[in-house]
Design a protein around this ligand. Structure first.
Ligand code: NDP
Length: 450
């Protein structure tokens, strides 16, 4: 069986040799599910692994738009519909210049397992574009979103594929995308996108859900190891949607968030970061994080050095929350964190930790909350948004938040129980991967060779 996993990985590497993020995401999952594959030798005859690592469909398309200086610009759009065995494809859209097919496939692959862990009926997908929203006017953003939807609309629908936000796609972009879909289709299909504004079908607590959910998962993980947030120092990589609401909930639980970052550098505020100011800078003004020190001169701004560990990870903290992007924590950074006495790491971002860093952290008894389990609160609440749209009804903030808390607690218990069943100790990464793989693969098998 060891050979079966290696054969599939070798073939995957050959076929997708230029897709390093996708290969990394698949390698992490296949390596950790080996104990499950060992117990189920018939899976090889079913070519199950081969079926699980091949997306059902990849759509790429041209996105032409006109900038404010009347220049015609062209970007590339993507939608990867990875696995629809347990429900309509579901996953966010990312607008960032780094977007390419490898990143889209890794995110869609991860999403398939994350969605399975929520216990809700949603398959896995992801999409986006190499469009860079930074520095663009509202009008340019709107034109880009409209052009993107002019093609994407053919491939989505509330029973087909339901996109949401991700890096660079927030409430403003979802609004423009939804408007264009409605215009083209001439129908009000609220459940076709999630992360919508509250005025037109959005769910209360969706904005907070990924960050809050991460902290609910971490609360359970700490509790299972006789720890809690009270009095702990926290540093957070990123200052976007996930980072902001993770910071808010961690502070509510008595932790002190001392640093947050963006892709240029981080601010360190020993008294605890002022979240109202971060929200103003990032959610309202869309400014760089270094502006923080203008209002709080007692804080410091530390610029990142090229090709070195991001500054935020050099600050000593009990709990570290990577909430920015993939491969933020490599082995070198992991060593710095362990040296600084980190107790727990909560992956708000998708695949923020490289495989060798994960191994090192777990070997050094750091509690690691794995992305596909710990950041599932966003998609889970998106599924709750779809339920509310179907019912033509809405739940209060407290009702949605309570359901989110229950879902995250259940996900942690699933990871813990699965790790225990396979004698994996605190390896919740493997626990999450095995539990999710079991669920999706049995649905795939039940539905025959399609
Ligand atoms: P936002 O666009 O709101 O914020 C992204 C943050 O990450 C910004 O602070 C940004 O800084 C930083 N960042 C982005 N790219 C890089 C990079 N290459 N290097 C360093 N910093 C970077 O995105 P979200 O908060 O929504 O998403 C953050 C992470 O969480 C992503 O990995 C996403 O896939 C994941 N996630 C998001 C969910 C959601 O519901 N939004 C759900 C589950 C996972 P800058 O402004 O300088 O670019």
């Amino acid at each position: 069986m060891q050979n079966y996993v290696d054969e599939v990985l070798d073939s995957l590497k050959q076929k997708n040799s230029n897709e390093k993020e996708f290969i990394q995401a698949v390698s992490e999952v296949l390596d950790t599910i080996k104990p499950f594959i060992e117990k189920n030798p018939s899976l090889k005859k079913e070519a199950l692994l081969e079926r699980m690592v091949e997306p059902e469909r990849i759509i790429t398309f041209r996105v032409p738009w006109i900038d404010d200086n009347n220049n015609v610009r062209v970007n590339r759009g993507y939608r990867v519909q990875f696995n629809g065995a347990i429900g309509p494809y579901k996953g966010g859209l990312r607008f960032h210049p780094s977007v390419n097919q490898s990143i889209m496939k890794f995110l869609a692959f991860e999403q398939t397992f994350k969605n399975a862990l929520t216990g809700l009926p949603i398959g896995g997908g992801k999409g986006g574009s190499d469009f860079d929203p930074k520095g663009k006017s509202d009008r340019e953003i709107m034109h880009f979103c409209q052009s993107f939807m002019n093609e994407l609309y053919r491939h989505i629908g509330h029973n087909i594929d339901v996109p949401a936000g991700d890096i660079g796609v927030g409430a403003r972009e979802i609004g423009y995308l939804f408007g264009q879909y409605r215009k083209i289709k001439n129908q009000y299909e609220a459940g076709v996108l999630t992360g919508k504004g509250l005025e037109y079908g959005g769910s209360l607590a969706r904005k907070e859900a990924t960050g809050f959910g991460l902290i609910y998962f971490m609360r359970e993980m700490l509790k299972a190891n006789n720890l809690d947030f009270k009095g702990k120092t926290v540093t957070i990589s990123g200052s976007g949607n996930v980072a902001i609401y993770a910071a808010q909930k961690a502070a509510e639980y008595g932790a002190k968030v001392v640093a947050m970052s963006d892709s240029n550098g981080c601010i360190y505020d020993e008294r605890g970061v002022d979240l109202d100011e971060i929200k103003r800078l990032k959610e309202v003004e869309r400014l760089r994080i270094k502006e923080y020190i203008k209002k709080f001169p007692c804080a410091v701004y530390i610029e990142n050095q090229k090709d070195a560990t991001p500054a935020v990870y050099k600050i000593k903290a009990d709990i570290v929350l990577p909430c920015a992007t993939q491969n933020d924590i490599n082995l070198e950074t992991a060593k710095i964190l362990v040296n600084n006495g980190v107790i727990a790491i909560g992956e708000g971002a998708n695949m923020p930790t490289t495989i060798d860093a994960i191994t090192y952290l777990i070997e050094n008894n750091v509690l690691l909350a794995p992305a596909k389990a710990a950041n599932a609160g966003g998609v889970a609440t998106s599924a709750l948004e779809m339920s509310q749209n179907s019912m033509r009804y809405f739940w209060t903030f407290e009702e949605v938040d309570k359901k989110l808390d229950t879902i995250m607690t259940n996900i942690f218990n699933t990871c813990k129980e699965t790790a225990k069943e396979y004698n994996l100790g605190i390896n919740y990464v493997a626990g999450a991967n095995i539990a999710a793989f079991k669920k999706v693969s049995s649905a795939v098998i039940a539905q025959g060779i399609i």
